[in-house]
Write a protein that binds this ligand. Structure first.
Ligand SMILES: NC(=O)c1ccc[n+]([C@@H]2O[C@H](COP(=O)([O-])OP(=O)(O)OC[C@H]3O[C@@H](n4cnc5c(N)ncnc54)[C@H](O)[C@@H]3O)[C@@H](O)[C@H]2O)c1
Length: 273
């Protein structure tokens, strides 16, 4: 594992109760950062699997503390500007500053675009796109006010680069994250803020197991039949959360100081096909 030095820094991680967000929080702590772990900690009507819970968020906080770093757990819905603003203010009051925003929170659901209910579309766009903007807006404003630079890393998806049947709302949101990333990179460059996003291929988290359970493994199998295997290595299977955390660490570090506005696939060759 490459070692980064985030000592004295504070990372603000969304969707940290479980899945990739928990892994990112643990990685920031392993590399010396204190971590604000945030999550909605309740389910949503159009998401057919369990999202993170308050207990899981507390467990993530303990895992950060196990690495010898301080954790601050905040329940926050990235769709709600009041929630986001209050959480950023609380984190800044507590730690004095935020140095890194890890925009990871997200949901999944499936329906063909011509059959989709408006509520499913809205919950998706509000979470996976508006939520990324709201966190970037409030943490970005803090970076500007503080005048000491910053890093914003967001999780897009390979769905930020291609169409995927049954995923029109998710694909639209993730393409939106890529466009927002490029624009924020230009707007925030004068404040020494790097803004990048990552495009993971399939990862075995509660999101994917939940989607498999809700729609049947055939639903995802039908998608991969059209898109090809998620992974061109070995058995074509999924990759691990820590593979995405490693990219987060690099993009959050000064080793990537001249990397901004980038959409970085961590996709085991998925998009190369
Ligand atoms: N798992 C995959 O195969 C995959 C592939 C590419 C991209 N992604 C993206 O990776 C990110 C993390 O996904 P994951 O696989 O860890 O999923 P997950 O469901 O395991 O974890 C997502 C976390 O986000 C939280 N969350 C959801 N909506 C929220 C909201 N409105 N406000 C605050 N928190 C909220 C959930 O409670 C949960 O703890 C998402 O943006 C997802 O779209 C996942």
């Amino acid at each position: 594992m490459v070692q980064y030095d985030f000592s004295g820094q504070v990372a603000f991680v969304t969707g940290a109760a479980h899945g990739q967000g928990r892994s990112h929080a643990q990685h920031y702590a392993k590399h010396g950062a204190d971590v604000v772990v945030t999550d909605v900690s309740r389910n949503m009507d159009t998401v057919p699997y369990d999202l993170g819970t308050s207990e899981e968020l507390e467990e993530t906080a303990s895992l950060v503390e196990d690495e010898g770093q301080e954790a601050l757990a905040i329940e926050m819905d990235v769709r709600d500007e009041g929630d986001v603003e209050a959480a950023v203010d609380r984190a800044v009051d507590h730690f004095g500053h935020i140095d890194i925003l890890a925009n990871n929170a997200g949901i999944a659901s499936m329906a063909d675009a011509v059959e989709m209910e408006e509520e499913m579309w809205d919950e998706m766009i509000d979470t996976n796109l508006k939520g990324v903007w709201l966190c970037a807006k409030h943490v970005g404003q803090h970076f500007i006010d503080r005048g000491d630079g910053g890093k914003i890393v967001s999780t897009a998806s390979t769905a930020g680069a291609i169409g995927i049947p049954g995923q029109g709302h998710y694909v639209a949101a993730k393409h939106g994250v890529v466009g927002l990333t490029k624009t924020l990179a230009l707007e925030l460059a004068e404040y020494d803020v790097n803004v990048n996003c990552i495009g993971p291929t399939g990862i075995d988290t509660p999101m994917i197991s939940g989607i498999n359970e809700a729609y049947g493994e055939e639903a995802l199998a039908a998608v991969t039949e059209m898109t090809g295997p998620w992974n061109v290595f070995g058995d074509g299977g999924m990759i691990e959360s820590e593979d995405i955390s490693e990219a987060y660490m690099w993009l959050s570090s000064d080793a990537a100081r001249y990397v901004t506005g980038v959409y970085l696939p961590v996709d085991a060759g998925f998009l190369a096909k």
